[in-house]
Design a protein around this ligand. Structure first.
Ligand SMILES: [Zn+2]
Length: 158
């Protein structure tokens, strides 16, 4: 079995990839000003099925879970901040799972990105609470995307 050796992760977003970068990061038609933050690659697949999102992704590799021993340093958060550093990203949509860990992660990220000049939004409620994003049906997830609420507007440089 060689399958395990063939799994690669995108150097930019952390999604599963067939090359150094994933198909989404390599697609010039995707909006580079928008980043949707998710926990797992499966969430990328779920959101792609809704066709609501034309930006790019950032896969954290999990969620903050103090009981399970997962801290912010275990997730691809530093990589996310690096992507925001050049100012080309204007909105970050946080699409972590609608459960305790997902909420904690979203709150942590919102605080961290507060002064980075990006608008931060969260998916609208309506997703089954306590569930996994990847299991939400397309219509529900699509609506949650469309109705996403702004948590914080980018501070305008004066
Ligand atoms: Zn990628």
């Amino acid at each position: 079995m060689q399958i395990k050796d063939k799994v690669q992760f995108c150097a930019t977003c952390g999604n599963v990839a067939e090359a150094e970068e994933c198909r989404i990061c390599l697609d010039p038609r995707r909006d580079t000003a928008l980043i949707c933050v998710v926990e797992q690659s499966q969430d990328v697949a779920a959101i792609e099925r809704t066709r609501e999102f034309r930006g790019r992704y950032h896969v954290l590799g999990g969620a903050i879970n103090p009981i399970g021993g997962v801290g912010p340093e275990d997730l691809r958060i530093a990589e996310l901040l690096r992507r925001l550093a050049d100012g080309s990203v204007t909105e970050v949509i946080i699409a972590t799972d609608p459960n305790l860990e997902g909420e904690a992660t979203a709150t942590y990220l919102s605080r961290l990105m507060k002064d980075m000049g990006v608008s931060i939004s969260r998916l609208a409620s309506g997703l089954p609470v306590g569930g996994d994003l990847e299991y939400a049906d397309e219509v529900t997830l699509g609506r949650a995307f469309e109705g996403r609420r702004l948590v914080q507007r980018a501070s305008q440089p004066s």
